[in-house]
Design a protein around this ligand. Sequence first.
Ligand code: GUE
Length: 283
Amino acid sequence: MGSIMEASLFTRKIEAEITKEVERLKSEGHNPSLSVIVVGNSPSTMVYFKNMSHKGVELGFYVELRKIDESIGAGEVLELIHKLNDSKDVDGILVGLPLPKEYDVDSVLHAISPNKDVDAFHPFNMGQLMIGKPHFVPATARSIISLLENYGVRIQGKNAVVVGRSNIVGKPVASLLLQRDATVTVCHSKTVDLAKYTREADILIVSMGRPRAITADYVKEGAVVIDVGINDVNGKIVGDVDFEGVRPKASLITPVPGGVGVLTTLMLFDNVLKAARFNSDKH
Ligand SMILES: Nc1nc(=O)c2c([nH]1)NC[C@@H]1CN(c3ccc(C(=O)N[C@@H](CCC(=O)O)C(=O)O)cc3)C=[N+]21
């Protein structure tokens, strides 16, 4: 029976480190700040960003959450981003995803200054990550690596299989695992015989957006299973992994909720600290 990878075991340690750095910056006269732009009014997106903002305030950050009506065009959002780029009072900028479909996501993400891009979705930051010289690293990918490290999971030489190839999770985490000398396979919706690959995984990272899709048949005995999925099934949050079915086979497994997501928010604010250091060096 696999052990559960409880993010809450390290959240206090990480929060203490973040708070300490926030205090240090404040003592130098720099109040670290994050500007969040959310377009449209999807209730679940709003709930997430409100919770995230509260967490930031609790950690000592100045967080500004701007809710923008969908009727406001992309042009005005770009103007706002440019204004925030130029403001010395703004360290990090984040635009909530997904954006309404009328918006060109690439042009919005491209507008954010790479030095304020705490999500690390700008092509500059994506590129730096791919060449092994990361500037910012996407928070979810950092959270996954942090869980593996905190549980002492060896990555070098292991077969790591990533299910899902998104720019937000799959590609960045594959890149980080590769940098840590895993043999990495990336699977996706068009992969023929997915189980053939996942059954070879020593480390299985699942980010496919399908509730409980990964059952015990997909998992090798003793594998470390990281579930990045967050799916609402009749009002209950479940992952992409069938937790109860897979746990007996895994050596370690993350719960949903209580796993990757918990650390993601902390890593995001750690990225804001990095942005604050760039910004205070500049001014
Ligand atoms: N530009 C942008 N950046 C993002 O980082 C981003 C985004 N857009 N759009 C929405 C998604 C979603 N996301 C989550 C992060 C943490 C939890 C989280 O803390 N989850 C906890 C609590 C879940 C609960 O109980 O509600 C858990 O998994 O245990 C959830 C969701 C970041 N996102």
